[in-house]
Write a new protein. Sequence first.
Length: 631
Amino acid sequence: MFEPKISDQHNIDRLSQGLISHADFYFARYLATEGQVNDSELIGLFADLSQSLSQQHSCLDLERYANTERLLHLLKNCRCVGTEDRKNDQTKPLMLEGNLLFLNKFFQFECRIAEQLISRNRQVADVDHNRLKKLLNALFYSSPTTHASKHEVPEIDWQLVAAYQALVSHLTIITGGPGTGKTTTVFKILNIWSSLQINEVLPGDIRLAAPTGKAAMRLSESLARSAKTEENTALTAVDGTPSNTPERVVTLHRLLGYRPQDNSYRHNASNPLRVKLLIVDEVSMLDLAMMDRLLAAIPSDCQLVLIGDPNQLPSVEAGNALMDICYHATPYTESFAQQVKRDLGLLLPYEKSDHGLANAICRLTRSYRFSDTTGIGKAARAILDGSALTNNEDVVIEDLTDFSNDLSPLLAPLNEYLAAVDHLGSTPDELIRLFESSRILCPVREGPRGVLAINTAIEQRVTQKFQRDLWHSNSQNWLDADRDGDYYHGRPIMILRNDYHLGLFNGDIGICVMSSEKTGQGVAFRKPDGEIEIYPIARLPQHETCFAMTIHKAQGSEFNHVSLVLSSDLSLAQQSLMTRELLYTAVTRSRKSVTIFGNPHEIEDALLRRIMRSSGLGSRLETVIEGQRNT
């Protein structure tokens, strides 16, 4: 076996200094051996690639090096590095494209995703546009005759445009911040799509999914609320067609038929889903691997609608697919703008473009929940702009140096919930409702202001308050199940692992309740239909206390109040988490008010950091190869 003749002393030194990990070191040594590499710069580059992947980049950008040209020359002549123009190189462990160095599998992910998205970006052939206009007018109360007089330019209703795109296209990507009407638009798309079908819509024709159980439940709840509004009856009255939406939203793992025994999926390119309309929410959470897996499992004639906010935190795994998709300007073409003018009476901005996703992306810009000039909306706008974050009527910044001796600032939003817990007559429904009204969010789990420390501190306080000894004496069955001494009335827990048999998923929140004549003994969860179900403690999958939770875990959730606890004295790895996207995601989890516990320097540092993951996906989508898109 080939052994590098030179010593990889550079990597050894970096390893001893903590600049690279053991995984990075041995990854580089393995590639040097396989590729018969004895250049110290190249071996160091291999370690940098490994480190870059561990930081969720999909590749290593060589522009960061002063000697880029020399490195490119070395890579192009390296046995373990392939290039796209050399077809026999597709099986090499590394791939070089321009100035980007990929691990082969991430290169293949990006290529397939781009190819799938571009090939799906085409219009549906047999849409009844006259009927479509009638249905859109019924739900949006917008038409050429109601927008404005013939001498006025009607204001663009982007929800209407987004719905139109989804109903006439095989691919639509709807983006927007909280409160911009993404879920409302989804509800209208579902109803109009059902009404457009000449034949009866069969079970399974329409599917809805989200990356996590929590996000799936929230979409289900939002659609259920929309179904109770007068908009639903408006369509029925005009078209005679009642609402026809799926009974539930499922996780992507469930949609694709995840098989944990061999870590595989039932649905793939060889066995695609049987679905005609698929809507996926919270797409910002999707990593490259899951996006690739999803697109491969969708039949080519399916109408796919992707929903998300690209300004939120990206996936916890490699890639930032939604941001890559939306990063470059994606205009409307003149022909599509003319079509919209004929059907909707709206004048869309357009330009000449050969972008692969032209006409596919619609950005909802008007927030119906927040104002850009006041409260949470003003704070969110400032965060996205990187501007100074200041106190206003709904956002308060407090410099919390130490909460170990005084928990009252953190407990204040929970007082109503804690009072209900103290009153044993409170129902599980009431406890869940009160607990879900506020949440403590943290950037990290570890450290003095992390999730674990805050949960421990709060638990020590509340278990004393609720007289735990009396609890045990009143419930021997509960005591038997309380093997670790962790369960008490009112303890909030979060599920950490999906359990498809119980219907509990990662991120689901439940409340421990004691037995009574009316309620069972165990942990109460609210199901997507709004009903409360109580599960025995012994049957629960892995879980933990969640008075506080990480901001990543809170994605897909909303609360009336958010307490954001920023951390100081962080490691370099933890500091990299304190970003503008993290602040934006945390602040916009709230509907009404936010308290940020952190000093101005911590906030200022976070505003200066952006999540910029190296990727080639955005560039691959910029230009359509002639003949690639089927128009």
